[in-house]
Design a protein around this ligand. Structure first.
Ligand SMILES: NC(=O)c1ccc[n+]([C@@H]2O[C@H](COP(=O)([O-])OP(=O)(O)OC[C@H]3O[C@@H](n4cnc5c(N)ncnc54)[C@H](OP(=O)(O)O)[C@@H]3O)[C@@H](O)[C@H]2O)c1
Length: 311
């Protein structure tokens, strides 16, 4: 898997065509790894854009994800993504969230789906067995998870025939998730880091007053100033050197080129890496409130904070 990928979630302010244009530009600039998902509602534009580049299929790494309302029809969901992306196989297919709780794009964080449920392991395994079948059928080379916790991964590792090859998780200097990071690596699972720059463009509804800003952190800014690079580049260099695969999003050529090029200059020093390790603020930005299943719950209930899966 290439050590950096291009994120493709345009949220609600970047159109599918803008993302497709960025995909073309990014591939021309040297990106070979795309992080896609059906719920980003742009795979049908990304497919033709990738084709137009003329890059041989085997030189690309393309990930897609099954959305929460498709957990009982993984094959159908995967076939639709393959159709939209104009591919005959994916490199990686992920279960986007471990909850089958659908919410419409752009809905308020307070909205709840009427049939929302907590994580039910037996139900998740039925989804996972369908993921395993995709590998058997040659529709994806690898399968993985996203937004999992240690207790959920322990159950999956116990019961899976094909173990997850990756876990895609929120990772940036202010949210380093050291325990989960160490757990996945100890179990041979590669961590893919989403929102690697601290998602400065996320919509208002995903912001809370306590959120902190990685690219304004004095430690990150001081390293950036010393090296003459943007603080975003420090976040990317840190991610790759720590051993996770960042998937930064940008539709601006200047930014997506800089995010790739920064990996060609001198690495951060051990001292820089140690300094960044001290600025973890445990600041989760993508809290997932819309996936809660009861009233009066807090988003912490999704993340098994005390080591137990909340029912
Ligand atoms: N598995 C999951 O549940 C999950 C959840 C969230 C995200 N993701 C994936 O992770 C990807 C990245 O996450 P994200 O979009 O939340 O956050 P991000 O990559 O941390 O931040 C993206 C934002 O940073 C800006 N930016 C990018 N490069 C920059 C640079 N060099 N200098 C200054 N600003 C820069 C972009 O704006 P411009 O466009 O203006 O450059 C954009 O607003 C998504 O696109 C998606 O593929 C997955």
């Amino acid at each position: 898997m290439p050590a950096i990928g291009l994120g493709t979630f345009g949220s609600d302010h970047v159109s599918a065509d803008q993302v497709a244009e960025a995909v073309k530009g990014a591939i021309a600039a040297g990106y070979r790894h795309l992080d896609c998902a059906a719920v980003y509602r742009n795979e049908d534009r990304i497919g033709p854009a990738v084709k137009e580049t003329g890059i041989p299929r085997d030189d690309l790494w393309i990930t897609s994800k099954v959305w929460n309302d498709q957990h009982s029809d993984v094959l159908g969901a995967c076939r639709q993504s393959l159709h939209d992306l104009q591919l005959d196989h994916l490199d990686m297919y992920l279960v986007h969230w471990p909850f089958p709780n659908f919410h419409p794009p752009g809905c308020s964080v307070d909205s709840r789906s009427p049939d929302a449920r907590p994580y039910i392991h037996e139900e998740f395994m039925r989804t996972w067995h369908q993921m395993e079948q995709l590998v058997d059928l040659g529709l994806t080379r690898h399968i993985g998870t996203s937004n999992m916790t240690i207790p959920k991964l322990k159950l999956l590792l116990r019961d899976a025939r094909i173990k997850p090859a990756v876990n895609e998780m929120e990772l940036h200097p202010h949210f380093q998730q050291p325990e989960l990071f160490d757990f996945v690596r100890a179990n041979g699972i590669e961590p893919i880091g989403y929102s690697p720059l601290g998602s400065p463009g996320r919509p208002e509804r995903d912001r809370t007053p306590d959120d902190t800003v990685d690219v304004e952190d004095p430690v990150v800014v001081a390293i950036a100033n010393r090296l003459g690079i943007h603080p975003a580049a420090v976040c990317i260099k840190w991610a790759v050197q720590r051993g996770q695969t960042p998937i930064p999003f940008s539709v601006k050529p200047r930014n997506y080129v800089a995010n790739l090029e920064c990996l060609k200059s001198a690495p951060l020093t051990d001292e820089d890496m140690r300094a960044i390790a001290t600025i973890d603020k445990g600041c989760r930005l993508i809290k997932g409130q819309v996936f809660l299943w009861k009233d009066n719950q807090s988003w912490e209930d999704l993340w098994d904070m005390n080591g137990e899966i909340k029912g």
